[in-house]
Design a binder for this molecule. Structure first.
Ligand code: GAF
Length: 395
């Protein structure tokens, strides 16, 4: 299959950021450039914080940071990404034992500050940096995790840590918890650190060190696990759930049902992918979407429409929403020959939504919906989200 379309390549992003760095910092040049990818989740949604399986892959869309170390305790960071009405330049002092670096304004800088605070080889030196990205902001493709991981990688260049990749992902997740106030699971940071081109990464989140609507879903899952007498929903079966049905309200029952079935689906999907059984993989994707729509209630009419549009095309195996939900993107698995037709149909479906009042703003901001596509080589790496296990054990 042809490669991803309409996306700026890394070299162009780096040279754009370096140019802005020179302009901003009086002709000084950056001497460090790093990048970290966004992700698409193939299957296993809202299972990571329930100690289940997830199966994401890294995207060729990346966040790039260029910069250099400076003397003193000050940092200055510039962003070129669309930061709505927020200032694009931020200055802050490095944290020390007495004065932590706290969250504040602008919002985008909290991801950087969080990683500075949680970086594992303190003290770090002062620095100047420019950020740019090809990961769409707020599109459900983990622009935030890619910014966190890029920031961590940038700091590794200035002040190396011990190189523990799993601890790096966990530090970035902590940054999101404390500085963006999102109690996310480990999936996005893990795949941004450990994903390999063309490979899905099966992550077993059982051992993960984890701690609006997203927090509500998370709380409902924890409540359901407690009522079932389990440490997490990973320990529960459908039989356990049904046996406890009269002790659960109907919403909590449906939330738990999604998670228990989705964990099993993700394990089955990874097996199907290893065997090259794309038809089965696609079937599981559609089941996943339906459960996210009906049981977990994190889809929306626009995502449902895009999935339905994709499924009409011959050669499409499956399609589903990807990421946390309430908007964002869908992911579709298809035969290479069907790509052009599917892209047209999905873009047509997106345009049809422009007529709906609720979607107008979104599609005005993005008049031409992107439909990038890439190869999936049927390779699966697997990893346990456990700080003592070796990363990236292939099978
Ligand atoms: C967001 C979170 F950041 C992930 O940890 C995961 O829970 C996902 O939503 C849903 O699968 O991307």
């Amino acid at each position: 299959m042809a490669n991803i379309c309409q996306i700026k390549n890394v070299a162009d992003l780096v040279s754009e950021a370096r140019r802005v760095y020179r302009e901003t910092f009086d002709g000084d040049d950056a001497n460090v450039a790093v990048c970290a990818p966004g992700r698409v989740n193939l299957i296993g949604e809202h299972t990571d914080y329930n100690e289940g399986f997830v199966l994401p892959m890294a995207l060729p869309m990346v966040t790039v940071i260029v910069g250099r170390k400076i003397s003193g305790q000050k940092c200055c960071v510039v962003t070129l990404t669309e930061a709505a009405d927020e200032p694009r330049v931020v200055d802050f002092d490095l944290p020390n034992e007495l004065t932590p670096l706290l969250r504040g304004q602008p919002n985008w800088a909290n991801y950087v500050k969080g990683v500075v605070q949680h970086y594992r080889a303190q003290p770090i030196p002062g620095f100047r940096a420019v950020i740019t990205s090809s990961v769409p902001l707020g599109g459900g493709l983990s622009s935030s995790a890619s910014l966190e991981v890029a920031t961590y990688t940038f700091l590794q260049q200035l002040c190396p840590d011990d190189g523990d990749q799993v601890a790096k992902a966990v530090a970035c997740q902590q940054a999101e918890h404390t500085h963006a106030a999102v109690p996310c699971g480990i999936m996005d940071q893990f795949v941004s650190v450990l994903g390999k081109e063309g490979h899905a990464l099966l992550i077993d989140c059982r051992h993960a060190l984890t701690g609006s609507e997203y927090p509500t879903r998370r709380k409902q899952c924890e409540e359901a696990a407690a009522i079932l007498g389990k440490k997490s929903l990973r320990e529960a079966t459908l039989q356990d759930l049904d046996a406890a049905k009269d002790r659960l309200d109907s919403v909590t029952y449906r939330r738990a049902r999604h998670v228990i079935e989705e964990i099993e689906r993700t394990a089955q999907a990874a097996e199907a992918l290893k065997k090259g059984d794309y038809r089965e993989f696609g079937r599981l994707m559609v089941e996943s979407h339906n459960s996210l729509r009906d049981n977990y209630e994190v889809s929306c009419p626009e995502l449902d429409e895009l999935v339905a549009a994709a499924l009409e095309v011959d050669g499409v195996f499956g399609s589903r929403m990807t990421g946390g939900g309430f908007g964002g993107c869908t992911v579709t698995l298809l035969q290479a020959h069907a790509t052009e037709k599917a892209v047209k149909r999905i873009q047509g479906g997106a345009r049809a939504q422009i007529s709906s009042e609720r979607s107008r703003k979104h599609f005005t901001d993005n008049p031409q919906p992107l439909c990038p596509y890439t190869d999936l080589e049927g390779e699966v790496n697997t990893i346990r989200a456990c700080s003592s296990s070796p990363p990236g054990v292939g099978f």
